[in-house]
Design a protein around this ligand. Structure first.
Ligand code: HEC
Ligand code: HEC
Ligand code: HEC
Length: 147
């Protein structure tokens, strides 16, 4: 019995110290809530086009290019000039091609364990929405096409 409690002591103490460290680290990292434009600088003030652009490594994340991966999607290169507002001409509420809000939310939150929007951008709503803390008003960010 004595041996058992000594064993517990030796295993528990390091575990407690370790978890203490983890808690302290987590508190440091999350000390500031990630609310772009409210508590931290907004790195994507124009919404969609600030992320869906030509990557520095040559990757092409522009939406007119990635939407060619959606089967039967019309080419939006000439049709869409303002994002995401112009997507609404085909994706308004009740549209059989899907509503823009459902499309936007689905693609950025599905498979949350693997979704890069969740892992790289903290899945923050304020990557796409703006929030005025004084009036409480929320809007959807907007930007001109980048192609
Ligand atoms: C802060 C960065 C960011 C913003 C802002 C953003 N996206 Fe994305 N988006 C991503 C990432 C990262 C993915 C890949 C998610 C995954 O791992 O499946 C993605 C995926 C997508 C996809 C699936 C096709 C693809 O390129 O992988 C569509 C469609 C899309 N986004 C549309 C939009 C639209 C429309 C807006 C604006 C309303 C928008 N996104 C705003 C980062 C962003
Ligand atoms: C000219 C009309 C048109 C425009 C403009 C348009 N779309 Fe679409 N979109 C469609 C159609 C039609 C489908 C359905 C394709 C099919 O399955 O037959 C679709 C499907 C999609 C899908 C797949 C739907 C799903 O539930 O997985 C995504 C994602 C999408 N559109 C994103 C966008 C975005 C983002 C924009 C603006 C940048 C946009 N679309 C602009 C017509 C359009
Ligand atoms: C990738 C961009 C993106 C992200 C991230 C995002 N939204 Fe949205 N959201 C949109 C777009 C685009 C619309 C549709 C705008 C339109 O229809 O004009 C929308 C619409 C909405 C609406 C209105 C829906 C309706 O029925 O009218 C609400 C509420 C909303 N979002 C809440 C959220 C919340 C809460 C989060 C975070 C958990 C979030 N959004 C994250 C892009 C985004």
């Amino acid at each position: 019995m004595k041996n058992v409690s000594r064993m517990l002591l030796y295993t528990l103490v390091p575990v407690l110290i370790l978890s203490g460290t983890l808690i302290i680290t987590a508190a440091d990292e999350t000390g500031t809530a990630y609310l772009p434009g409210v508590t931290v600088k907004d790195e994507h003030p124009n919404g969609c086009v600030d992320c869906h652009r030509l990557g520095s490594g040559g990757q092409d994340y522009r939406l007119n290019v990635s939407l060619t991966q959606v089967e039967k999607h019309p080419d939006i290169t000439k049709i869409v000039k303002q994002l995401p507002g112009d997507c609404l001409m085909c994706h308004n509420e009740g549209s059989k091609s899907g509503s823009l809000n459902n499309i936007a939310h689905k693609y950025h939150y599905r498979n949350p364990g693997e979704n890069h929007f969740v892992s790289s951008y903290q899945g923050a709503c304020l990557n796409c929405h703006t929030l005025d803390p004084d009036s409480g008003e929320m809007k959807v960010k907007s930007g001109a096409k980048n192609w």
